[in-house]
Design a protein around this ligand. Structure first.
Ligand code: FAD
Ligand code: DLZ
Ligand code: SF4
Length: 514
């Protein structure tokens, strides 16, 4: 009988971490790591071309790094003529090739792939061990222990637990630095164009990456986005360079301008680190410790350090906890029964609404938009028009280089579209044009008038905002946090109310006609 290897270790594209749980006890001499570029994962939604290029280039470089560290790596390229096209199909071929005594994997980052993994043992008649992904700060059990029995799952309280667990930004007595847990109130400044604004690093594509870019151009020509100007880091060393660059030049003002938006300035003081953290090239806790050290060294003010750390050990961990706790049907919830298809301009950026053209145009160019663009521009608009949350989720999963379902779905369905009815956010992030005007310079460049509510020049967000509230009054009317806007609506005279609803109706009809 043919004798095979001891352990086969399939690594997914978002598992590019040297300390991954599946690798921890394996012996490089008797194990084989399997990495797979497969059609099914690249096309089950039409991922942005730059996202696929980034992931495949990072995976190929990581394979090289693992080989250099002494591992045997079996790497299946997308253009391998025998590539079966799916993760399970490739695992089947690898089991045939290597005859392993066992398979060890780290759990996948979405329900679909996790379910496929759960069937591997039956399919291959080999013992399969699936280990928890402990690159996160809270385990599944810890999140559940925190959530069990609570009426409301508010990020702020979970975040405090994570501060206590990690000790980040705590005094020696275990109290929060600066006497407060959260300095968000200081982090809402609009930005002005300024010559000292930071610029992220740009990484030239080496031969390996050029090869991937050509492959993606050939195989995924009909996917959204462009490959032009591809300059992502694709190795851990380069991701660390972007991390160091961010800490030095942008972090100190990250807090102040976290919510700001400026025309043709896509990155502002943001870190651009999410694609690297999410695929495993950067370790989130190490990153937070370095941010804390920057604060303690006097380089970064507390509002910036706290704001950044909160995004990672607070929001990032919290949305992941919600995703796994709520189960696979979370993504199909639709509390507001929203059914409108997402307008075609989400794939072109061609719209007269300058804020939308900016956010979508930059997304198609860079596979990136920052948080407030995602939440208060594209997300807000989709919410106001009553776009189907399934469509909205698909769009976000496709177009962002950092998007995997565990992080995309709670942010889109829960935070942005209120599709879970308030599990994640206490009220919908719906707003008129006034918020966008306050936090950006967009309105000054727009053909619409942000102050006008009705008439041909009126900013569409204005009438849509009121129409959204009134249309959904049955479901939202008892929400205490919306009491004030509903009171304001009730105080309007009937003519104004009628005009606003007619304005919204005409706009929505225009959308439906395309
Ligand atoms: P920074 O502004 O520099 O923030 C620092 C880090 O904090 C990020 O790198 C990220 O790791 C973390 N972070 C901040 N906010 C969140 C959050 N709400 N959830 C999880 N992590 C957070 N983030 C993703 O990583 N993948 C997604 O698919 C994704 N989809 C989103 C969809 C919507 C509708 C919204 C509102 C937000 C979404 N986010 C997502 C969160 C956030 O917008 C991005 O993490 C951030 O814009 C990434 O850019 P950055 O690295 O420059 O972030
Ligand atoms: C997003 C993505 C893409 C584009 N391609 C692959 C791939 O070829 N191989 C792979 O292992 N994973 C890929 N992924 C990520 C998966 O769709 C999925 O989100 C993660 O594997 C979940 O952990
Ligand atoms: Fe956007 Fe309205 Fe401002 Fe135009 S006026 S940029 S549509 S918020």
């Amino acid at each position: 009988m043919k004798r095979g290897i001891d352990t086969l270790i399939p690594l997914l594209v978002d598992q590019l971490s040297p300390g991954l749980s599946a690798l921890r006890t394996a012996d490089p001499a008797t194990s084989v790591i399997l990495m797979m570029e497969v059609e099914e994962e690249a096309t089950y939604v039409r991922h942005h071309k730059k996202k696929i290029a980034f992931l495949f280039a990072a995976m190929r470089h990581h394979a090289q790094a693992l080989r250099d560290a002494g591992w045997q790596v079996d790497y299946v390229r997308l253009d391998d003529p025998d590539n079966s096209g799916s993760l399970t199909g490739e695992l089947a071929r690898a089991v045939e090739r290597h005859q392993p005594a066992r398979i060890i994997a780290t759990e996948a980052g979405e329900w679909r792939v996790r379910h496929a993994m759960e069937h591997w043992a039956d399919k291959f008649d080999v013992s399969v061990e699936i280990r928890e992904d402990d690159r996160f700060i809270a385990s599944h059990a810890e999140f559940d222990a925190w959530a069990d029995g609570r009426k409301q799952l508010r990020m702020e309280f979970f975040y405090r637990e994570m501060r206590r667990k990690t000790g980040l930004l705590l005094t020696e007595r275990g109290e929060p630095e600066g006497g407060q847990w959260n300095f968000d109130k200081e982090n809402r400044k609009p930005a002005a164009r300024d010559l000292t604004m930071p610029h992220p690093l740009s990484f030239a594509a080496d031969d390996l990456t050029q090869e991937v870019i050509a492959l993606v151009a050939d195989r995924f020509a009909d996917h959204p986005g462009t490959l032009d100007g591809f300059d992502f880091a694709v190795t851990a060393a380069d991701a660390e360079r972007q991390r160091a660059h961010f800490l030095r030049y942008a972090l100190p003002q990250f807090g102040d301008y976290q919510d700001a938006m400026l025309t043709d300035v896509p990155f502002l003081w943001h870190s651009l680190l999410s694609p690297y953290i999410n695929c495993g090239l950067l370790d989130p806790l190490d990153l937070c410790r370095r941010v804390e050290a920057s604060y303690r060294a006097g380089h970064t003010p507390l509002n910036a350090a706290e704001g950044f750390i909160r995004q990672i050990i607070g929001w990032r961990e919290y949305v992941r906890g919600i995703y796994w706790r709520e189960g696979p049907d979370y993504t199909s919830r639709n509390f507001l029964d929203a059914r409108r298809p997402l307008p075609a301009f989400y794939w072109t950026g061609q719209t007269d609404m300058h804020c939308m053209a900016q956010a979508i145009g930059q997304t198609l160019q860079n596979a990136y938009a920052h948080h407030i663009q995602r939440l208060m521009v594209t997300g807000n608009f989709a919410l106001l028009i009553g776009a189907d949350p399934a469509d909205v989720q698909r769009w976000y999963l496709e177009v962002y280089a950092d998007a995997y379902e565990w992080v995309e779905a709670p942010n889109v369905l829960g935070m942005s579209q209120f599709g879970d009815g308030g599990l994640l956010g206490s009220k919908p992030y719906a707003s008129s044009g006034a918020y966008i005007d306050r936090m950006s310079d967009y309105c000054g460049h727009c053909r619409y008038d942000v102050k006008a509510r009705t008439g041909p020049k009126a900013c569409p967000f204005n009438a849509l905002y009121w129409d959204f509230l009134v249309r959904n009054r049955e479901k939202l009317g008892s929400n205490q946090r919306l009491a004030m806007p509903f009171r304001n609506w009730d105080r309007m005279d009937a003519d104004t109310q009628r005009a606003l609803r007619a304005q919204a109706k005409a706009f929505l009809a225009g959308l439906d006609e395309g």
